[in-house]
Design a protein around this ligand. Structure first.
Ligand SMILES: [Mn+2]
Length: 306
């Protein structure tokens, strides 16, 4: 069993859904950190599709609970089409974000592909935040805090309908890992919708190994595994280059174990690498770390395993 060996890199250079500027530079920072050649060195066939294009960031205040809604819709549509096209072509899309609002375009495309191919879908959401806000619950109006809610059918019509089925996914297909910052109203909604959340308290008490065993349980040969990796998942001590750092995230070793256990399933079929913000990084260290972790997702292992 091995992870797909044909990969397409898709850059989405925008910070349209974020509360800080700079994630628009994420794709280039990942390229500077050698994401393509690094995957190639593990025998992966890599095509870099370059960057998608979409509207500029007008940097306006929220309107009726949403910031930049029209532009967020436009970006998610192009992301959806690009990710869907790669899956149809039998390649694994790796979305280089870009802020996490684009997880909607990406995962709605994955869900559409799975519906048509008769596959089951499991989504691992690695993040400090649940990203389960709605316009009524959000304190900020930043849509990068809403993609999971939108995927589950809660959000503006133009967004939740991307992909042609509402809801795009069932909350039962999601496992959230690393969560440590949830707004009060959002917390109630997470419980109401019965999202399966392995928060940092759970990881502290039970360990990353047990967490990942549960998050990856019941995958079978017909399961498409999608990983949506928000770089703010990581502890800010090792990953300063994000706009929404929250203390108390997974350490380097915990993050590696998380990625290695995903790799061991052999089921990884699509990936988002989101919220990397080079404007806040230190000598590209967060991009280099992200690439190091992605290598582990593709089966780089420490020396004792053959
Ligand atoms: Mn996120």
């Amino acid at each position: 069993m091995s992870t797909q060996r044909s990969v397409s890199l898709i850059g989405a250079p925008t910070d349209i859904g974020a509360g800080a500027r700079g994630a628009s530079m994420g794709p280039e920072a990942l390229r500077v950190a050698n994401i393509g050649p690094t995957l190639q060195s593990h025998g992966v066939d890599v095509i870099d599709r370059g960057n998608l294009a979409g509207p500029a960031n007008p940097w306006l205040p929220p309107l009726e609970g949403y910031r930049h809604l029209d532009e967020v819709v436009a970006w998610n549509q192009v992301v959806h089409e690009a990710v869907y096209a790669e899956l149809q072509g039998g390649r694994m899309p790796i979305l280089l974000g870009g802020d996490h609002c684009l997880g909607l375009g990406s995962i709605s495309a994955v869900a559409r592909h799975c519906r048509e191919a008769g596959k089951k879908l499991r989504v691992l959401w690695l993040d400090a935040h649940a990203d389960f806000n709605t316009s009524e619950l959000t304190p900020s109006g930043n849509i990068h805090g809403m993609p999971v809610a939108c995927l589950c059918g809660f959000g503006p019509k133009e967004l939740i309908e991307i992909g042609g089925k509402v809801p795009a996914i069932n909350p039962k297909w999601i496992r959230q890992i690393g969560i440590r910052s949830v707004d009060p109203g959002e917390k109630r909604f997470v419980h109401e919708q019965e999202l399966e959340v392995f928060d940092m308290r759970y990881i502290d008490e039970m360990g990353m190994r047990h967490t990942m065993e549960l998050a990856l349980a019941t995958l079978d040969a017909n399961t498409h595994l999608h990983v949506s990796f928000d770089v703010d998942f990581l502890d800010p001590a090792i990953a300063p280059g994000v706009g929404t750092t929250i203390p108390g995230g997974p350490t380097y070793r915990e993050a590696q174990l998380c990625m290695e256990m995903i790799a061991d399933t052999g089921r990884l079929a699509s990936l988002d690498v989101m919220e990397l913000n080079p404007a806040l990084d230190v000598r590209n260290q967060t991009a280099l770390l992200a690439v190091d972790l992605i290598e582990s997702l593709f089966g780089k292992s420490t020396l004792m395993r053959k």
